[in-house]
Design a protein around this ligand. Structure first.
Ligand SMILES: *[C@@H]1O[C@H](CO)[C@@H](O)[C@H](O)[C@H]1NC(C)=O
Length: 464
């Protein structure tokens, strides 16, 4: 062997050795990477003392912790999250996804970083140990309380505080629990989420939460148990109906403080006639609400009945009738028949569907007036007709949306912009009782609107 070839052999050996070392190092690094990937997935992260979770993982983790807590404290919760319920389909609920060995986060992981549940406050005994148990699970808990509106009346404005909202936070993600209470109209109510002095305003971005921006009212939903993303939860059976109900759920509390002040100026009429009238008006209101809800026709308190709710949380005893408003788009031919079947004969019908329709039914010594409202650009209006002259009138209101409220133990709608509505109708002195009222001239918003042509009278002026 020459000296040159011996040198070549040594270089070759070194090269092979280097390549081998490089290859095995790469293989080792690959193994480490794989193990790390595997261990993170399975929660055995040995490389990071501070665990990093992806958004989805953190969210499911929070939900598992929360549902564990709910189970331990027997909290009657159900899912009301509008984003999650919107993602649901009938199939997902029926076939569940519990068969999947590794659940995806398809329903709870939405575009938002929170999930909302409702809790039946009436079925649950408040337990202060909740705070401690949350901390044990690594959940930060914030509780928002407020006055119990069921204890407030025009006689007594004091009330104890009750829990209204709970927020469970984990890794920057949130479970929001809105507490629902049953009110005297047999509906469910949750309070607004308002932070008191000294509360942590940075706990979460409160503006993004949808339950609690306002108080809300709901009919009691039927619940079913299902499995979503591998987690057992209760949801409203009609989840799409619930989401729709949520969008119009805003609730206005009656202004007890102002009503009390009103009654101090103008003491309540407690005569037998006044008490009797209020009782009849109450049962007429309940009956009308039932008839219209069976037909699926939404309505709101109008004129004097709306004024009574807004001004004095009550029915005005000298008002002599119950006034309701209905959008003309919701008119149905079978409304009259439905009221007659319920024992309320038609008293008069003025106008026609295309113009100034008004129906009046005779209750037990109390009249039910239904005014149909028409859309006209920036304003809405309802019509009036004078039977003897055929004169038409128009009552114009600023546009409004509808909110829920309670009157006489009934959940009813009122214009959300109640003050504007009442002011339009009764003027700036709406807060002063007026016993002599002429519907053709007293309202602030009345306009003359011509006369019905005589040939139409048989149709547009029907008096029974
Ligand atoms: C769900 O509720 C809506 C009203 O919000 C209703 O129209 C629909 O019929 C309901 N569906 C079922 C299956 O009850």
């Amino acid at each position: 062997m020459s000296a040159a070839s011996a040198l070549m052999a040594r270089i070759n050996r070194t090269l092979v050795l280097t390549l081998l070392i490089a290859a095995s190092s790469i293989f080792l690094l690959f193994q480490i990477y794989n193990y790390r990937l595997y261990s993170t997935k399975n929660g055995l992260d040995v490389f990071n003392s501070k665990r990093y979770l992806s958004g989805k993982e953190a969210h499911l983790h929070l939900l598992k912790k929360f549902l564990g807590l709910v189970h331990k404290f027997k909290l009657p919760v159900f899912l009301v999250d509008t984003a999650s319920l919107t993602l649901l389909s009938q199939d997902a609920v029926l076939y569940r996804d519990s068969r999947l060995s590794e659940p995806h986060c398809s329903f709870f992981c939405t575009h938002r970083d929170f999930t909302t549940f409702a809790l039946y406050g009436n079925l649950w005994k408040y337990d202060a140990a909740l705070l401690e148990a949350s901390a044990e699970r690594g959940l930060e808990l914030m509780e928002i309380r407020g006055k119990d509106p069921r204890l407030i009346s025009t006689d007594d404005l004091t009330a104890k505080e009750i829990p209204l909202h709970f927020l469970f936070r984990f890794n920057g993600r949130l479970v929001h629990v809105a507490v629902l209470y049953e009110r005297s109209g047999k509906y469910l109510w949750h309070g607004p989420l308002r932070l008191g002095d000294g509360m942590d305003r940075t706990f979460t971005a409160f503006g993004k939460l949808d339950f609690g921006r306002h108080a809300g009212a709901y009919d009691r939903p039927e619940l079913i148990l299902t499995t979503l993303d591998g987690l057992d939860v209760r949801i409203p059976r009609n989840f799409s109906g619930f989401v729709r109900e949520f969008s119009g759920s805003r609730f206005l509390e009656c202004r007890s403080r102002e009503a009390k002040a009103f009654y101090q100026l103008y003491p309540e009429d407690t005569s037998a006639e006044a008490v009797d009238f209020k009782m009849r008006a109450k049962s007429l209101l309940h009956l009308a609400s039932k008839v219209l809800s069976v037909l699926g026709v939404p309505f709101w308190l109008s004129s004097g009945t709306c004024l009574g709710w807004y001004r004095q949380c009550n029915i005005i005893p000298y008002s002599k009738d119950v006034d309701l408003g209905i959008w003309i788009k919701d008119y149905r031919d079978d409304i009259t028949q439905a009221f007659q079947k319920a024992g309320l004969p038609l008293k008069h019908k003025f106008g026609k569907v295309e113009d100034s329709l008004e129906l009046s039914f005779q209750g037990n010594d109390v009249k039910l007036d239904i005014f149909f409202f028409y859309d006209e650009g920036d304003v809405v209006w309802n019509g009036g007709t004078q039977a003897k002259s055929g004169k038409k009138f128009k009552y114009v209101f600023p546009r409004f949306s509808l909110c829920w409220a309670e009157l006489m133990e009934l959940k009813v709608q009122v214009p959300c912009e109640t003050r504007d509505y009442v002011m339009a109708n009764y003027g700036p002195n709406w807060n002063v009782p007026v016993k002599t009222w002429d519907w053709k001239s007293s309202p602030s918003n009345v306009q003359e609107n011509g006369v019905w042509p005589v040939r139409e009278w048989d149709d547009v002026i029907q008096v029974y």
